[in-house]
Design a protein around this ligand. Structure first.
Ligand code: XUL
Length: 528
């Protein structure tokens, strides 16, 4: 019997899942909600707001307390002595600042005290900025300027200088608290911080999470000297090394054997960010599968085509809106967010006083292409493309512009979302063989059919909900050679067989012309 454990240290909770690598099934899973189960941290949703505008922070000791509670719960469900590999992932961009004491303390953890009690004195900054922090607009401008503009930063690191990314966060800390920055001997991402504690030594940062820092050179997966200099003084010596993909970085330390009953010498595989882990957990870690997550905002992500030879720079978004991260299975992945997701779908539904059933019927009653009527549903400021608007962009006849036919607006909203997604991600050069939809709105057949038609691609609906922890467990099992990647993916990354859709045969395809129309509409607004 051999088990693999995957961890997911996310924004609101810390979850874990164990797979039996022989039976290829999930045998245990648990989750600790920070707000509910650790109320003393006074972070009901896993974060607290800072004193200054845009600051969003969390106490790193809350993450450690949650990890211990989680392992205790998992130990009640499964014999942790049978775990033969561990990996994990964390919310991206969160950073932990440690003083000189860290190196010795993490190497000598004493099982008679909690992790938080032993490691609290190693913090050189008491609270960690997390991905929701948007206090670093000035620092982003400074970094972009020093390097030669946002697009140059994106070509090197995969993203333009971005407020939530760790480099700009480090720069702000160094500027506002120079003494505390000077006392910082090590800066970890949350992912590499947890990995370090599991193996009782300073762990490397992986390229999946490391690319969310605006510090990594994606051509060679190493820290970029000019980006380091543009960010903060003596930064290189404060960062751990980088590993290009998921590989063993150490073995589980005695602390966890003694407290939770793990065996000796369990391999720990490099931790990564939640998005890269989720790609693996959804069975989309290899090129050809494109994942679209339809949530509050919509996200499209995919493993990059493997056409690039080593040491060539990956494709990056010339418009500066998309992101490139390392792929734990090797190479890179691309990701793009669209702010107007469910928000826009709900705004249209509410505008016409409908429920989801009548919304779907209206969508199904209208033809693909919507007789040329088009909408980009920008009900709130959009990131892809960057448009500061609160009303939709429209193109069509007067009846359409006056919203006199609800069904036409509903189709225009959904078509506009997927047409825009395809247009804005054309830089990724994807040739999807399968589209995998996930998130609340993915369950809606009428919406999923529009996605299949616009991408002209067979479309599946993902069944699993905890793809981050699952991806980590799969990664650990595969890297430790407990089971082949393909068998793990076939058995565990399930899609609903009854919800598979084929694209409609469209001849001529109305979306070719509509895409051009949408592009013009957007270009006109961007140039204003
Ligand atoms: C990605 C991002 C979020 C976090 C939190 O850039 O900021 O998806 O990883 O889950």
């Amino acid at each position: 019997m051999s088990y693999s454990l995957g961890l997911d240290c996310s924004t609101q909770s810390c979850s874990g899942l164990i797979i039996d690598t022989k039976k290829l099934e999930i045998i245990a899973s648990a989750s600790i909600n920070y707000g509910q189960q650790l109320p003393s941290y006074e972070a009901p949703n896993g974060f607290i707001l800072g004193q200054h505008d845009g600051e969003v922070l969390a106490d790193p000791m809350m993450w450690l307390d949650a990890l211990e509670m989680l392992l205790a719960q998992l130990a009640q469900q499964a014999d942790l002595g049978k775990v033969r590999a561990i990996s994990g992932a964390a919310q991206q961009h969160a950073s932990v600042y440690l003083n000189q004491l860290w190196f010795d303390r993490v190497a000598n953890l004493n099982y008679s005290a909690t992790l938080a009690n032993q490691l609290r004195p190693t913090l050189s900054r008491q609270l960690s900025p997390i991905w929701m922090d948007h206090s670093t607009a000035t620092e982003c401008q400074e970094i972009n300027l020093a390097i030669g503009g946002p697009i140059k930063v994106s070509q090197i690191s995969g993203s333009v200088a971005t407020e939530r990314f760790t480099g700009p966060q480090i720069r702000r800390f160094a500027k506002l608290q120079p003494q505390a920055y000077q006392n910082t001997a090590r800066i970890h991402l949350l992912s590499s911080f947890i990995a370090s504690i599991l193996c009782a030594k300073d762990a490397p940062i992986d390229s999946g999470d490391g690319a969310g820092m605006n510090l990594l050179n994606l051509t060679n997966f190493d820290w970029h000297p000019e980006l380091l200099d543009a960010t903060a003084p003596r930064l290189r010596q404060k960062l751990p090394p980088v590993v290009p993909d998921a590989q063993q970085i150490g073995s589980l330390c005695p602390y966890f054997q003694q407290r939770f009953g793990f065996a000796a010498n369990v391999p720990v595989i490099a931790f990564t960010g939640d998005n890269p882990a989720s790609l693996v957990g959804m069975g989309a870690g290899q090129p050809g599968q494109v994942v679209i997550s339809l949530g509050t905002s919509d996200t499209l992500f995919a493993a990059s085509p493997a056409t690039q030879s080593p040491n060539t720079s990956p494709l990056t978004d010339p418009a500066g809106n998309g992101h490139v991260f390392g792929n734990p299975l090797g190479g890179t992945l691309t990701l793009q967010c669209f702010t107007n997701g469910s928000l826009a779908r709900e705004a249209i539904r509410d505008q016409f006083n409908m429920d989801w059933e009548s919304f779907s019927l209206a969508l199904e009653s209208t033809p693909p292409g919507n007789q040329g009527c088009l909408m980009l549903p920008t009900f709130t400021h959009e990131t892809s493309p960057k448009l500061l608007r609160t009303t939709p962009l429209l193109s069509g006849d007067n009846n359409f512009l006056n919203a006199s036919k609800p069904s036409s607006w509903i189709r225009a909203c959904i078509e506009g979302q997927f047409l825009n997604m395809r247009l804005q991600t054309s830089w990724m050069n994807l040739q999807p063989a399968t589209l995998k939809l996930t998130g609340g709105a993915a369950q809606n057949n009428a919406i999923a059919q529009v996605a299949a038609d616009i991408f002209q691609c067979p479309t599946e609906r993902i069944q699993i909900t905890n793809s981050v922890a699952l991806g980590s467990a799969i990664q650990a099992a595969h890297t430790s050679k407990l089971a082949p990647l393909q068998s793990l993916q076939i058995s565990l990354c399930k899609t609903n067989p009854h919800q598979a859709l084929s694209p409609s045969k469209l001849s001529p395809n109305p979306y070719t012309e509509l895409t051009q129309k949408l592009d013009h509409l957007i270009q006109n607004k961007l140039n204003l």
